[in-house]
Design a protein. Structure first.
Length: 277
């Protein structure tokens, strides 16, 4: 998909698709339900998001938030109970009030603090750390450099350092929007998390909304499920200032930022009937 889609057209398409039950709507948080913020702590859900998600949860079988944030973090920002929360790119999830952690996440927990400290120490030897934020999310780590004096230069210097040290501790590094993520295994990502949920719940329709390159993993999985298993799926990309090309290439529709996402979800709620108990 290369051109922007009409909010109304997307809502009508999804309303028709989600008539196949059990049904699910998955969404990223940052850049999709929340405007991209200068720091992780500054992010808040866009106006109307909590109420719209509650209404949507009454109309589909499952609403899931799938994010790189830790579960406790994103739950405090969404503030909606009874959703399925998947955090740390699939390394942890909260389902029916039970917290689950992928074995890879448990293995990562002990080595992550030291890996982040070593990267910080090495980077400091090459450049000032002002504006660089090191975030330990327990099962994965993030290094944000959006607020550094020269983000492009910081990313160029940080990349090789982070990858070298991460590999020594059994992690791999993925790039996001002016952030680098330390994760314990390439086989655990938003795509693998969505695949597990679709399979376990026997979903017949599933939608994913996201703006980040990590969301493209889920888009690819949904595209594959549609082609190979006939499940009705749709990937909705969200354009921001620095959306990765892989998001665009793997989207069925493209919306213009968080405001379009909220508007589309409101229209979708109006089109869907409340589900039978």
């Amino acid at each position: 998909m290369t051109s922007l889609s009409s909010v109304t057209d997307v809502a009508h398409h999804l309303a028709d698709l989600l008539n196949a039950h059990p049904s699910a709507v998955f969404s990223d948080f940052d850049g999709t339900l929340s405007p991209v913020a200068p720091t992780p702590d500054a992010a808040v859900a866009a106006p109307g998001v909590p109420e719209t998600l509650r209404a949507l949860a009454d109309r589909v079988s499952l609403v899931g938030i799938v994010t790189g944030r830790g579960i406790d973090d994103v739950m405090s920002r969404v503030s909606v109970a009874d959703l399925l929360y998947v955090g740390n790119h699939g390394l942890e999830w909260l389902e029916n009030d039970e917290h689950h952690v992928h074995p890879a996440g448990l293995e990562a927990e002990s080595g992550l603090p030291e890996a982040l400290r070593e990267i910080e120490h090495r980077l400091k030897a090459h450049m000032p750390l002002e504006g660089v934020i090191f975030e330990n999310k327990r099962y994965s780590g993030s290094i944000h450099y959006r607020l550094s004096a020269e983000p492009g230069k910081t990313g160029d210097v940080l990349g090789p350092i982070a990858r070298e040290i991460a590999s020594e501790y059994g992690f791999w590094v993925s790039d996001g929007k002016m952030v680098m993520e330390l994760r314990p295994g390439a086989t655990v990502n938003k795509g693998s998390a969505v695949h597990r949920i679709v399979t376990e719940r026997h979903l017949q329709s599933a939608v994913f909304l996201g703006d980040d390159v990590t969301d493209a993993d889920a888009f690819v999985v949904l595209n594959t499920l549609r082609k190979e298993q006939g499940i009705r799926t749709c990937s909705v990309g969200v354009l921001t200032l620095d959306t990765d090309q892989r998001v665009i290439d793997n989207s069925d529709f493209l919306l213009d930022g968080v405001d379009d996402v909220v508007s589309m979800l409101l229209k979708l709620v109006a089109l869907l009937p409340i589900a039978d108990e």
